[in-house]
Design a protein around this ligand. Structure first.
Ligand code: ATP
Ligand code: MG
Length: 587
């Protein structure tokens, strides 16, 4: 915990000058606030002594208004400096968090729910801002106000009477602390309940099609209703205490007044202090009550903020699993040619799970094409993701151009592989921007050419209202599964990397179209090493080398003709798919 304090202090420390100005303005405000009670006390005394004419009264009023104006200016300044700076701290922390999230590896996102990360990026950041803003403010305010008020009070009525007047205040502080704690506990329960409520809503919105398809609307509504009721129940429980806070505190504050004024009141009668001093005293006591309430809040804000900060810190301290080796090896000429060698590759996602890949050996020469066929779950995507180090393969198993991928600079490796993932993902941008995602300046002509090669140019120009400038993704035009896949393919074609990996990326288009696309890709593939992953024999048929994966093992390998001649699993799949094709063409 102590280290987390220190590193939060580092974030705050960047703005120490702004904070200093803010705290000075705040202290100035608190100091000036002592003036008004004193002025009023003197006013009362002068009135009583009958030495005030009308001009004298106006002078007093002018002073009081002048002080109020000064206070207003200073208050504006500290709000700008303290609250404004808190926003800067929040911005810095948010920027660091986002930059780090971008660097973290796939394994991190397998372990953390998107909702939790989003909550961290909103609620937790807000809670940290609470420390940087209200926390700093209230702490400084409470301290300055208490010190100044005590000094002013003692100098007005003396130490002995001041102590008498302060006597009931510790009891009031205790009461505020107890009630405050109960409120905080309950408000935490309210927040948790609200988070569950949001979860239900979020899941239902993203899964709305499934909910409808399974006619679960009523059941989901009931679930939502239960969560909603729970929320309001907890909220009311909090409100009951929260509602008590003000009346109870005011009641006790009133009692405190009475007790606090008892002894000084007698002192007025005995002529030890003036009526004006007494008037000032009543205002000073009022001014001491606020810091006590503030102290309760400060503790709460700081606890909440540090809990939030330690969650954020945990993420910031998570090292990306996949990162550059201490000493990277760059291939000759700084470019990758695309020779892939895999040696005895066995890979498990977790120590408990069965191997997703088991004893794989492969050699692909630059410019060659490898086809991978295999049932679902046989390890095809795993093989592709180890090549690009989405996950780290074991050392000494995967080599590109003779260099262990673990030793290649990550940046060079990723730039050298154009992978079309199994799940086509489009950003909420235009189609054109989605295709031109790879770093570099791309001309319209190049973008169109890539789309043409992926056989999607026609669709884009024909069906989309603004052609390549049409917004797609979540807030744009919805593309069909096959269109999405082909846009995703265009993106990889445009990237122009020495290694091309197509992970089942045409599963949503019909076999004939797939054939046309693959034929169109041939010139592109000629000088790139290509891996085509598919369930369909037709897609891998033309490859220089084909492997059949089963449960992470290569069970057959060879060219299409060799595998057909072998008459094994590949051949049977081929026969069945040909038959299916023939039947489909009859329909
Ligand atoms: N991120 C992951 N964490 C843990 N296990 C995983 C992960 N991804 C895949 N697996 C497991 O590894 C095995 C191989 O999965 P993989 O995705 O490589 O199969 P695949 O051949 O690509 O299947 P498909 O044809 O359905 O895409 C499966 O048993 C799967 O459950
Ligand atoms: Mg897969």
């Amino acid at each position: 915990m102590s280290t987390s304090h220190s590193s939060l202090l580092r974030f705050l420390g960047r703005y120490k000058w702004r904070y200093l100005l803010g705290v000075l303005a705040l202290a100035g405000t608190d100091l000036l606030q002592q003036v008004t009670p004193r002025l009023i006390g003197m006013f009362v005394d002068d009135l009583e002594a009958g030495i005030l004419d009308l001009a004298g009264i106006y002078r007093y009023l002018a002073f009081i208004i002048g002080t109020a104006l000064f206070i207003a200016v200073l208050r504006f300044l500290w709000r700008i400096f303290v609250f404004g700076t808190a926003r800067f701290v929040e911005r810095d922390l948010r920027a660091d968090l986002f930059a780090h999230l971008e660097r973290l590896s796939a394994s991190f996102y397998h372990k953390h729910k998107t909702g939790d990360i989003m909550a961290m990026a909103t609620n937790d950041l807000q809670a940290v801002r609470g420390i940087a803003g209200e926390g700093v403010l209230m702490a400084a305010d409470a301290v300055a106000m208490t010190v100044f008020t005590l000094i002013a009070m003692i100098s007005t009525i003396g130490l002995r009477l001041s102590l008498w007047a302060l006597l009931p205040l510790p009891f009031l502080a205790l009461l505020i602390a107890v009630v405050g704690r109960a409120i905080f506990a309950r408000s935490r329960a309210v927040q948790d309940s609200f988070a569950r409520l949001s979860d239900v809503v979020q899941e239902n919105i993203s899964g709305v099609r499934v909910v409808k398809a399974y006619t679960q609307e009523a059941a989901e509504e009931a679930k939502f209703d239960a969560a909603n009721r729970d929320y309001i129940r907890r909220f009311m429980a909090m409100m009951r205490i929260d509602g008590l806070f003000d009346p109870v505190v005011s009641l006790f504050a009133g009692l405190c007044y009475v007790i606090a004024l008892l002894v000084p009141g007698r002192a007025v009668l005995r002529g030890e202090i003036s009526l004006g001093d007494f008037a000032s005293l009543t205002m000073y006591i009022g001014m001491l009550i606020w810091p006590m309430i503030a102290a309760g809040w400060v503790v709460h804000i700081i606890q909440r903020g540090f809990a939030a900060f330690s969650r954020i810190r945990e993420v910031l301290l998570t090292e990306p699993e996949v990162q550059d080796a201490p000493e990277t090896v760059v291939p000759e000429g700084g470019r990758i040619r695309g020779e892939i060698l895999i040696r005895d590759l066995t890979f498990q996602y977790t120590p408990e799970s069965p191997p997703a890949l088991d004893g794989i050996n492969l050699h692909i020469r630059p410019g060659q094409t490898l086809g991978i066929l295999g049932r679902t779950g046989s390890g095809k995507s795993t093989l592709a993701s180890l090549l690009a180090r989405i996950f780290n393969p074991p050392r000494g198993t995967v080599f590109i151009d003779g260099i262990d991928v673990l030793d290649l600079p990550l940046d060079l490796l990723r730039r050298s592989i154009a992978a079309v993932p199994q799940e086509a993902f489009l950003f909420s941008r235009t189609v054109g921007e989605n295709i031109a995602f790879a770093p570099g300046e791309w001309t319209e002509k190049q973008i169109r050419q890539a789309a043409r090669t992926a056989h999607v140019e026609h669709d884009i120009l024909e069906f989309l209202p603004d052609g390549f400038d049409t917004m797609v993704g979540e807030r744009g035009v919805t593309l069909s599964g096959g269109q999405r896949q082909r846009v995703s393919l265009s993106r990889a074609i445009l990237k122009d990397a020495p290694i091309l990996v197509l992970d089942d990326c045409l599963s949503a288009v019909d076999t004939a179209t797939e054939q046309r696309i693959l034929n169109g890709l041939r010139p592109v593939m000629r000088d790139r090493t290509t891996i085509i992953i598919s369930h369909r024999v037709a897609a891998v048929k033309a490859a220089d080398q084909i492997i059949v994966l089963e449960r992470g093992q290569i069970v057959e390998s060879g060219t299409h003709d060799e595998l057909v001649a072998l008459g094994g699993r590949y051949f049977r799949t081929y026969q069945r798919q040909q038959l299916e094709e023939a039947i489909a063409s009859l329909e």
